[in-house]
Design a protein around this ligand. Structure first.
Ligand SMILES: Nc1nc2c(ncn2[C@@H]2O[C@H](COP(=O)(O)OP(=O)(O)OP(=O)(O)O)[C@@H](O)[C@H]2O)c(=O)[nH]1
Ligand SMILES: [Mg+2]
Length: 670
């Protein structure tokens, strides 16, 4: 996969870079010709930011000891010549480990102490607090020392039962999941809550982010993993052991951790080497493997083609020994091939949609502005052509007429001022429904409802109630938006007919993305609240952590929605401003033109010629802009249909992947 996934990631990166260049060219062209208003500028800048921060995140999820870390070693670290991530029998990886590469930062392992669980801040908030993380420099070209440093992810510590309980690892009501007691009544818990590795691997450098997870310990797992880290992944590799088949606890992980998620899923039936039997022929063993794949597919309800039988251990050994036969026998290449060919087209689809939308919006605005200019020129030409063969007295009358018209026109300013007041008020009312304060109130209400029920058994119901209220807020915002849009439409029509404007309203944003995100949040949280975890909401610390994470996720979704509405509003009011300016300039130009004709009678043809060449220039600009936006959308759409199957993955919930934000914090936690 080194080659094929690397090749695909390179192609994706080159494609993104090309799009970025084209976007930049378009922005510069518009700027050079004074056609770049605030709104298209924001659209283009937003697009460039997305193109630059686009990453592909793949999570490896399974019960403990199924071979997640070994598989990551085989895919990513075989070139070091050894096993780099610790992979041993029993529980090994004790905390979620994110691997990525921020070339600007040094190779580093950053670890967040488990004690941070005692406070209510979520991981997203703690990423912005570098002083809380322990940092270990990594020596990327010294494999043994690298492996030694990464051994930290196995670290545990002995704490009292009391502390374990406070950290969320000890539950009196589910003793079978509690860690065993050590001597002196202590128990062993993970030392770290989260690990982020910045490592200059060729694939990671190309924007791939890998998430290794600790085997699920149903009670000890943080909600963060299910509710925040996994939903941010674009794909999940779910791993089973061929030696164990699909166990009850595998099924619980599949259902509880991945059930509510909508990312692409790949299922690995690992450790097929353990099925080798000296008493059976290779064909018989292959038949057994195939049968197990079918059973697995049926149990998990996925297509058979999504189940990949392989041996991570054999693949790692084969690669380290440089033995292509052993690598082929491990069957790892089939999974790598599938990752390479099936994941990237989906990333492309998301970007493609974004580029097409931006190109269309920007074109629409630029075309409208040019249209305004051309309309003014057409009016002037009509007037001047009518003057051909007329005497200078007639020109004086014309000047007077222009002055009268200009005066008449100025009366619109009062109407516009009134319109602004009404429009701003309507917008304010609309935005209140989407505000962070509103969200916080709704979440607090949910929290009270949860606390009022016995053992928090009503948590799920209260959460569903919260989602319904939020959806209602969105519905109301949409209805208010529609009212505002109708009002503007009517006023624009009136202004157009009374004062010769050519105002057209852009389409009201649908807020669909917020809907989708809300749906995603609801799905994963409802799934989560169906677990025994819901009982933990009785702990105030846990409830607080849950609440903060929920608020921050909702706020992100709703801020996007407000942003869309505000941009729409700005586009409308900028349009009014710019047409007002243009109209005034138009009157002045007409008057200047007539005065010049009055001063030199023969100037008329010259003046008409001027206007004609100005118009030709606008026409040329229009063609260029259409060409540039068309080329941008076309470049985004080319070759994108390759090997997709099933519906496209939804847009990611955030543009910057988790680990990079940590290694080089970009945005402060909210
Ligand atoms: N025979 C065999 N053993 C494997 C294979 N893949 C992994 N193992 C072994 O299984 C054990 C567990 O592997 P890990 O990679 O640590 O498993 P994990 O899923 O990361 O486990 P946790 O980190 O504890 O959640 C290790 O001893 C591996 O060497 C395989 O393909 N064949
Ligand atoms: Mg592991």
């Amino acid at each position: 996969m080194e080659l094929s996934l690397a090749g695909q990631l390179d192609a994706l990166a080159a494609w993104r870079l090309g799009l970025d260049r084209q976007t930049d060219e378009l922005a510069r062209f518009l700027k050079d010709h004074a056609l770049l208003d605030e709104v298209p500028q924001a659209h283009l800048a937003g697009l460039r930011e997305r193109l630059a921060s686009d990453r592909l995140c793949v999570a490896f999820v399974a019960e403990f000891s199924r071979g997640k870390s070994e598989l990551i070693n085989a895919i990513f670290f075989a070139d070091t010549g050894r096993r780099v991530l610790p992979a041993t029998p029993g529980r090994t990886t004790m905390c979620p480990v994110e691997l990525g590469c921020d070339a600007a930062a040094t190779p580093l392992l950053a670890l967040l102490p488990i004690e941070t669980r005692l406070e209510s801040r979520s991981l997203a908030e703690l990423r912005g607090q570098p002083e809380l993380w322990t940092r270990i420099r990594l020596e990327a070209d010294a494999p043994d020392r690298l492996a030694e440093a990464l051994g930290e992810v196995m670290r545990t510590k002995a704490v009292s039962v009391e502390t374990a309980r406070a950290l969320g690892f000890w539950h009196d009501d589910a003793p079978e999941d509690n860690p065993p007691r050590l001597a002196e009544g202590l128990v062993e818990v993970p030392a770290w809550r989260h690990a982020a590795i910045n490592y200059p691997h060729p694939l990671l450098k190309r924007g791939l982010v890998v998430l290794d997870t600790p085997g699920l310990n149903a009670i000890g797992a943080e909600p963060e993993l299910t509710l925040s880290l996994l939903p941010a992944a674009h794909a999940v590799v779910f791993i089973l052991g061929a030696d164990t088949g699909v166990t009850k606890s595998d099924l619980a992980v599949w259902r509880d951790q991945l059930g509510g998620q909508s990312m692409t899923r790949f299922v690995v039936l690992n450790k097929i080497d353990t099925l080798a039997d000296p008493l059976l022929s290779a064909e018989v063993v292959d038949g057994q493997i195939e049968q197990q794949c079918r059973n697995t597919a049926a149990t998990l309800d996925v297509p058979r083609e999504r189940v990949f039988p392989l041996s991570a251990r054999q693949a790692l050994a084969g690669r380290i020994d440089g033995d292509p036969g052993a690598l082929a026998a491990s069957r790892l290449p089939a999974l790598e091939e599938a990752l390479a060919t099936q994941l990237l087209p989906r990333r492309r689809e998301v970007i493609e949609r974004l580029v097409a939308e931006t190109a269309q919006t920007v074109e629409l605005q630029a075309v409208r502005r040019l249209g305004d200019q051309r309309r003014l020129i057409a009016e002037q030409m009509l007037e001047l052509r009518g003057l051909r063969g007329k005497n200078t007295g007639k020109v004086t009358l014309m000047i007077e007429r222009v002055d009268r018209e200009a005066q008449e026109f100025e009366r619109c300013t009062e109407r516009l001022a009134a319109l602004r007041v009404v429009h701003a008020r309507m917008l304010r009312e609309l935005l209140v429904g989407l505000s962070s304060d509103g969200l916080r109130d709704e979440v607090v209400r949910m929290q009270r409802e949860v606390e009022a029920t016995l053992f928090n058994l009503g948590a799920k119901k209260a959460f569903i109630g919260l989602c319904a209220r939020l959806r209602e807020r969105l519905r109301q915002a949409r209805a208010r938006g529609q009212e505002t849009s109708d009002m503007l439409q009517a006023t624009f029509r009136q202004l157009n007919s009374d004062y010769g404007f050519a105002l057209t309203l852009t389409k009201l944003p649908t807020l669909e993305r917020c809907d989708r995100e809300l749906e995603q949040i609801e799905r994963s949280y409802v799934q989560y609240l169906g677990l025994s975890q819901a009982l933990r909401l009785a702990e105030p610390r846990f409830m607080e952590q849950f609440r903060r994470m929920l608020v921050s996720k909702l706020r992100m979704a709703f801020e996007n929605a407000s942003g869309e509405v505000e941009l729409w509003h700005k586009a409308a009011s900028n349009q009014v401003d710019s047409q007002l300016r243009e109209r005034r300039r138009g009157f002045k130009r007409r008057r200047d033109g007539l005065e010049r004709i009055q001063a030199a009678a023969g100037d008329l043809d010259h003046r008409i010629g001027d206007l004609e060449s100005q118009d030709a220039r606008w026409q040329h600009l229009l063609t260029r802009i259409r060409g540039l936006t068309g080329a941008l959308a076309g470049a985004a759409a080319s070759d994108s249909g390759a090997s997709t199957d099933g519906p496209a993955a939804p847009p990611p919930q955030r543009a910057v992947p988790p680990n990079l934000a940590l290694v080089a914090p970009r945005t402060a936690a909210r």
